[in-house]
Write a protein that binds this ligand. Structure first.
Ligand SMILES: [Zn+2]
Length: 142
């Protein structure tokens, strides 16, 4: 535990599930309700630093989150991304993408191409509540 690290001192978002190795959170991304991150709890920066078993378990959780997201939120596409340039915790972004969202078809970090569609956001906020429920159903409630 490093007291200067934001992901050691906080969950990094709304905690949905965790175990000793990793956690699943909702990111605070107002344009993207349901935006999940799967975060490795220890300071590991590269996938290749995990053991094969650890990698398999991480991949399994990412896939469960992706499947739940597809079922509940019906995105046009799921984006998986691991950048990790800002914090020393390996983490995967699992992002539901829609043709209506502000950056589609760019990445969520690209320049915005259109204003937020409030009706779409409202629907996705409601779907995100269902996604939280689904993830906790699958992985176990905190
Ligand atoms: Zn940390």
């Amino acid at each position: 535990m490093n007291t200067n690290c934001p992901l050691c001192t906080t969950d990094g978002g709304e905690l949905l599930w965790k175990n000793e190795e990793m956690r699943v959170i909702f990111a605070v991304e107002p344009d993207y309700p349901g935006f999940c991150r799967v975060i490795w709890n220890e300071h590991i920066t590269e996938m290749s630093q995990l053991t094969v078993d650890q990698r398999t378990r991480l991949h399994h959780i990412i896939m469960l989150v992706e499947k739940a997201m597809i079922e509940v939120m019906r995105p046009d596409k799921v984006n998986l991304a691991a950048l990790g340039n800002m914090v020393p915790h390996l983490h995967w972004h699992v992002i539901p993408r829609y043709q209506l969202d502000v950056c589609f078809p760019g990445s969520v970090w690209s320049e915005k191409l259109r204003p937020s569609n409030q009706e779409h956001l409202k629907t996705q906020q409601a779907n995100a509540v269902l996604l939280r429920k689904k993830i906790q159903e699958i992985l176990g409630v905190l």
